[in-house]
Design a protein around this ligand. Structure first.
Ligand code: UT7
Length: 337
């Protein structure tokens, strides 16, 4: 009997309307388009505006796009996972709110927190539910409203991040396509280099935590940069080797969009040229858990059934990994048989 694998059978996405470009940022903090483009590679990022609007509002739009495109009845979805570090609230989970907003009333739902590696960790988690036979249709979301935890007076972090949401549908396949392998890692000793100090149980919100700006992202760029380059590349190369993949075999690297220099370094170690990398950092910035599904969303029309993709990410925690995926359909939408 052929092995059951978890295939991605559709992709949806959503980006908020408001665009914050480098010119506007240069009027807010001491920075320039030249510095941001040279050091990071970002020109614009989308920002969610509107009182009371959280990550779930973007995620629900991405999921509606996904369900419409794939012709999926929301009531058939078994499980909803939302990877995010900017949930609407600490509880209930954002996945729960999205399941309600998109009419996925028969699904159980939970959030997954692995920062910029959230979608990658979520993809392996979702795949395991499918492979075990426990679920037939899983919606996996990567969504973050990073603007809610960014200090727009801190020039070392505010140019980097943007808001957005992406979602994929996973279903069982016996055709040898879908999630085929992954290598995932965590190292909590990296927490000191990239974190949001307050708002959890260690430092609940007080006047002091607000005054000290502890509810914003704190990042020491250089140690994170070094760890990202070495870990993303090492893991991706290890994954290639153990699956006997050469650079010619790979159609696209799908890298986390944190810094164009990190993407280039990872691709170089894998022997890939830039045209084999999915890149949209210039337009969206780093949308944390949303970068990987938004790449798939943007490049979906260029993908063919059987294409080999390697997804790779690195993020706060530290968390990192790589995943080998064989694409399941041609073009923009899977044709339902
Ligand atoms: O997605 C989660 C994982 N995160 C990452 O992967 C991010 C990894 N880190 C990075 O991408 C880079 O370290 C940054 C983009 C954050 C920073 O780039 P960098 O090349 O490492 O710059 P740096 O921190 O070494 O700073 C170089 C200089 C400093 O000035 P001095 O000390 O040399 O005079 C900074 O003060 O650039 C200055 N600087 C800026 N200048 C203009 C820092 N931010 C800015 C800015 N505009 N926005």
């Amino acid at each position: 009997m052929k092995k059951i694998t978890a295939a991605i059978t559709g992709v949806g996405g959503y980006l908020p309307e408001y665009i914050l470009d480098n010119e506007e940022l240069s009027r807010m903090v001491d920075t320039s388009d030249e510095w941001i483009m040279t050091r990071i590679g970002i020109k614009t990022r989308h920002i969610l505006k509107g009182e009371g609007k959280g990550t779930s509002s973007m995620a629900a739009k991405a999921v509606k796009d996904l369900l419409e495109k794939t012709g999926t009845d929301p009531m058939e979805v078994d499980l909803v996972i939302c990877s995010t570090v900017t949930p609407d609230m600490l509880f209930p989970s954002t996945a729960n709110l999205v399941a309600d907003k998109a009419g996925m009333k028969n699904a159980f739902a939970f959030d997954l927190s692995a920062a910029c590696s959230g979608f990658l960790f979520g993809l392996q988690t979702a795949a395991t539910y499918i492979e075990s036979g426990r679920c037939k249709k899983v919606v996996l979301i990567g969504a973050d409203k990073m603007s809610s935890i960014i200090d727009y007076e801190d020039r070392t972090t505010c140019p980097i991040f943007g808001d957005g949401a992406g979602a994929v549908l996973l279903e069982p396949s016996k055709e040898g396509v879908g999630v085929l392998d992954s290598i995932l890692h965590s190292d909590g000793s990296g927490a000191k280099h990239l974190y949001q100090k307050a708002g959890g149980s260690a430092y609940p919100a007080t006047h002091e935590t607000v005054d000290k700006k502890w509810h914003f992202v704190h990042q020491e760029g250089q140690p994170v940069f070094k760890a990202a380059v070495s870990h993303m590349a090492d893991t991706a190369v290890e994954l290639m080797e153990r699956n006997h993949l050469t650079s010619e075999d790979i159609r696209f690297l799908v890298p986390h969009q944190a810094n164009l220099r990190i993407i280039d370094a990872t691709a170089a170690r894998m022997g890939l040229t830039r045209d084999k990398c999915m890149i949209n950092i210039e337009c969206y910035g780093n949308t944390t858990a949303a970068t990987l599904p938004l790449c798939l969303w943007d490049y979906e029309s260029r993908l063919k059934k059987g294409d080999n993709l390697v997804l790779a990410a690195f993020g706060g925690g530290f968390t990192w990994g790589a995943l080998y995926l064989k694409w399941a359909y041609d073009g923009a939408t899977m044709t339902k048989g």
